[in-house]
Design a protein around this ligand. Structure first.
Ligand code: SF4
Ligand code: SF4
Length: 383
């Protein structure tokens, strides 16, 4: 089904992990090269949110995209995020500030951001859904959707309450497919039940499905041993997410021109997964299930806006512990001591257990308990 004819191809540029310079500013030169290639190859969907890179993503988009290209050459998605409004009166000024930050007159898609059972109540109370539908009637939004981070039954309720919602953005990747916390498969099935098109976020699980453990890498290497063109690990993850019928878009948060080139190479002329590829992905998923990895997607919500009073680099700690569990080298211990806990950043054992991070974690991770594991692994007492 052709849900949105204005979408040219089923692959979008997620702007939450744009390339950065050493001075912590977005690398606009590299972004210009990335967007030039993206548009030249026939893609046109770009996604952002106000909180991405502490507000720098929207401003960067104005510089590298909207100032440089006519409005009809791209589709731009932005989002209404919980932390930027307290009442219905706050929503319109915030929305207008997003249009100004991005340098546009309207958004093609506007999503009620990161909906879950708790913040859905606030969005309802503040009439956030109704306000977005009004903005649509005024022509400032072309399509209203939501992005979702909770159990399937919560989504079922929201879509029953608001059947006008036009598109759902969900987490969907082969590692989380049957995960009982993320429920990728079940959430997708609710979208199908309500006849909604779907946008996928986190197809490579924040990079976890790019740098694979050795045992998993062997499976893909074996699959490609006689292939003339070698496919990247990301290609399997992204095509897995793009394959189901209701998927209209897969987003990738690309951080370099090289990643952009790789992704476009297999999404330009889209090929469905073969039986052999599907089988290999199932085997790789089984490797992940046996590794006891923390399913953190590095979204950084828990560390944005001074969420953590102990200044702990939570996602970096989890990826370092995952690397330790996969590769068990001294590199991770060295990194923990010299980078993660240096320059005023807290150690895992500095956690004061306030729980602020867990309230915003879309993966519902027991961050406080996981930091105890991090401390046990990296803060062993010296003899
Ligand atoms: S519970 Fe610990 S890690 Fe989480 S915000 Fe509080 S101090 Fe930081
Ligand atoms: S711990 Fe949760 S909120 Fe923090 S980066 Fe990981 S997934 Fe995101």
């Amino acid at each position: 089904m052709n849900w949105f004819p204005e979408i040219k191809k089923n692959f979008g540029f997620g702007c939450m992990r744009l390339p950065m310079l050493e001075n912590n500013q977005v690398d606009l030169k590299q972004c210009e090269k990335m967007i030039d290639l993206f548009l030249a190859e026939g893609f046109n969907y770009v996604d952002t949110a106000h909180g991405y890179i502490d507000g720098k993503s929207e401003l960067a988009i104005r510089e590298f995209l909207t100032k440089r290209y006519p409005r009809e050459t791209y589709l731009l998605t932005d989002k209404l995020t919980d932390s930027y409004f307290k009442s219905q009166e706050d929503i319109r000024p915030f929305f207008e500030s997003q249009l100004a930050a991005c340098g546009v007159e309207y958004f093609d898609f506007y999503l009620l951001h990161a909906q879950n059972a708790v913040n859905y109540q606030k969005f309802r109370k503040c009439r956030a859904y109704e306000t977005c539908f009004e903005l649509k009637r005024e022509g400032k939004i072309r399509h209203v959707g939501l992005s979702f981070h909770d159990k399937a039954k919560v989504l079922d309720q929201i879509l029953t309450d608001y059947p006008q919602i036009e598109v759902i953005q969900i987490q969907y990747n082969y590692a989380d497919y049957e995960d009982t916390t993320v429920e990728s498969k079940k959430v997708y099935e609710v979208c199908v039940k309500h006849k909604k098109p779907v946008i996928v976020m986190e197809p490579v699980k924040g990079g976890t499905l790019v740098n694979l453990p050795e045992q998993a890498q062997k499976i893909f290497n074996e699959l490609q041993k006689n292939a003339s063109v070698k496919l990247s690990n990301a290609s399997y993850a992204i095509r897995f997410a793009a394959d189901p019928e209701n998927m209209v878009m897969v987003l990738s948060g690309m951080s370099s021109l090289e990643q952009m080139r790789d992704n476009l190479s297999y999404m330009k002329e889209y090929q469905h997964l073969t039986k052999e590829e599907t089988e290999a992905i199932k085997r790789v998923r089984r490797v992940f299930l046996h590794q006891n990895l923390i399913p953190c997607t590095s979204c950084h919500y828990c560390v944005e806006e001074n969420h953590c009073p102990a200044n702990i680099l939570i996602p970096d700690m989890f990826s370092t512990l995952n690397a330790k569990r996969q590769f068990d080298s001294w590199n991770q211990d060295f990194y923990y001591q010299t980078v993660l806990t240096a320059r005023g950043n807290g150690a895992a054992s500095d956690c004061i257990k306030c729980g602020k991070c867990e309230k915003v974690c879309p993966q519902h991770l027991p961050i406080r308990n996981l930091l105890v594991d991090v401390a046990k692994t990296f803060e062993r007492k010296k003899d």
